[in-house]
Write a protein that binds this ligand. Structure first.
Ligand SMILES: *Cc1c(COP(=O)(O)O)cnc(C)c1O
Ligand code: SF4
Length: 429
């Protein structure tokens, strides 16, 4: 971390940056950028030692910037423009600027909590599920997210994937005919050049058993101008009979849902690429039902379907982000009934130690009443109890968790069923 002394020096100077000066610095930066040209945003990317020019940093942020255990900090001017220079609680700002908690590598944390490296038969490829692999195409991103679980990889030059590494990955995929789905991740694959992206897709298209390719990118959020007509032409040309291309992105907050982002999504959709969202629950950013509901409403308006909602991984410095497991369940419980199912993500946990993903959901199912062979549910909309009979002749009775008999006594008379439904007319009438 050679740039520490420099970072400290500029922080000291930063104490003199007045709020007005910060606004002027932002204006100067934004006017320097050719806004619709993604390359101009990348050339003008703001690095950690310069963040003090664009934010009135709190002590926690100053400390975090000087001592972060994570590799890199930086943002595109576009993503910076979504952040608040003055409000330290701005969700975008919290995803860009590290806080003091991030300087602590706690005992429970690990650089590779999912053991992706141990499940890697060739450099840059993780093969955990029989039919799917994760391919790390590169290590660059437009914005280095504070919560990134690949912090060990992104922005580290040791992790550079050269053409030979990628060719070895293609060979591996070629020789494993059970692989039908390749998830390209990084880093961010859309930080590669158009020609490199085309070359990767061409190689995948050549392998007859590969049917699906998913591009994992956050550029829709952090640099939507990257989705140029030229890139879309490439995607469309490869998104044909032999290969189906999907895109999964990561919007975490409604403030990220801009007109620029929508334009980028519409371009992808026009090239036949379907777009899904995988958000991460982040403490103090989006860790409540209402924030997630608003985010997913905006996503549907932008034609993005919800895919996953993750808890942050137990990576170094993650204490500042991690939320209790119950939060995820609470959020899904809150959303169900308030938005169409297309807008409700699956709450998944990627199990530490390489166990893969599992989905978790709130318990709408309360159990099975054996004597009457009845299932008892709780309505997500009304909170009322509802009964459903197990089919006659079913051999699955012993599979169901037994309903507590006291609970049965207290609810079965007021419960609803095929013979007694909720009516819009109030009960007293
Ligand atoms: C998440 C992941 C995948 C893709 O999983 P889906 O549930 O199909 O989205 C594939 N391989 C690895 C190693 C993963 O972590
Ligand atoms: S864009 Fe993705 S890979 Fe890159 S820093 Fe953010 S979360 Fe990590």
């Amino acid at each position: 971390m050679e740039d520490f002394p420099q970072a400290i020096a500029s922080q000291t100077e930063a104490n003199y940056f007045s709020p007005d000066r910060i606004l002027r610095e932002r204006e100067t930066l934004f006017s320097r950028v050719d806004w619709s040209d993604y390359k101009s945003h990348l050339r003008n990317r703001v690095k950690s030692q310069d963040l003090n020019r664009y934010f009135a940093l709190t002590d926690s942020e100053k400390y975090g910037l000087e001592n972060s255990v994570r590799l890199n900090v930086g943002t595109t001017p576009y993503y910076l423009s979504l952040s608040d220079p003055k409000d330290p609680n701005c969700p975008i700002r919290k995803m860009i600027v590290p806080q003091a908690e991030e300087s602590v590598f706690s005992a429970e944390e690990s650089l590779d909590p999912l053991h992706e490296e141990d499940l890697s038969p060739v450099r840059g490829l993780t093969h955990m599920y029989p039919d799917r692999v994760l391919l790390f195409s590169n290590h660059e991103c437009s914005v280095y997210c504070r919560h990134c679980m690949r912090g060990r990889k992104v922005s580290s030059s040791d992790e550079r994937m050269d053409v030979g590494d990628l060719e070895a990955c293609f060979e591996y995929i070629q020789s494993h005919s059970e692989i039908s789905d390749v998830v390209i991740s990084g880093g961010d694959p859309l930080n590669l050049s158009d020609s490199k992206i085309d070359w990767i897709l061409e190689n995948l298209e050549r392998i007859p058993h590969v049917k699906i390719c998913r591009i994992g990118t956050r550029n829709l959020v952090t640099l939507p101008m990257r989705i140029t007509p030229q890139l879309c032409e490439i995607l469309e040309a490869r998104n044909q009979e032999r290969l189906s291309i999907f895109c999964n992105t990561q919007f975490n907050h409604e403030k990220e849902c801009t007109d620029e982002a929508k334009l980028a999504i519409l371009r992808l959709l026009k090239s036949g690429v379907s777009v899904g969202n995988q958000c991460v629950i982040l403490k103090g950013i989006n860790d409540d039902g209402e924030s997630m509901l608003r985010l997913h409403r905006r996503l549907l308006e932008m034609r993005i379907r919800a895919y996953y909602m993750y808890d942050p991984e137990v990576i170094p410095g993650s204490r500042g982000f991690r939320t209790p497991l119950a939060k995820g369940l609470e959020i899904i419980e809150y959303m169900r009934g308030k938005i169409g199912g297309m807008g409700i993500p699956q709450f998944v946990n990627d199990l530490p130690g390489g166990g893969g993903k599992v989905t978790l959901g709130p318990n709408w199912y309360l159990g099975f009443h054996r004597e009457t062979r009845t299932h008892v549910f709780k309505s997500a909309v009304h909170g009322t109890f509802h009964l459903s009979p197990e089919p006659i002749g079913s051999e699955y009775d012993s599979k169901y968790p037994e309903l507590n008999s006291e609970l049965w006594e207290s609810i079965h008379k007021k419960a609803y069923s095929v013979s007694r439904g909720i009516s819009l007319v109030s009960e007293e009438d």
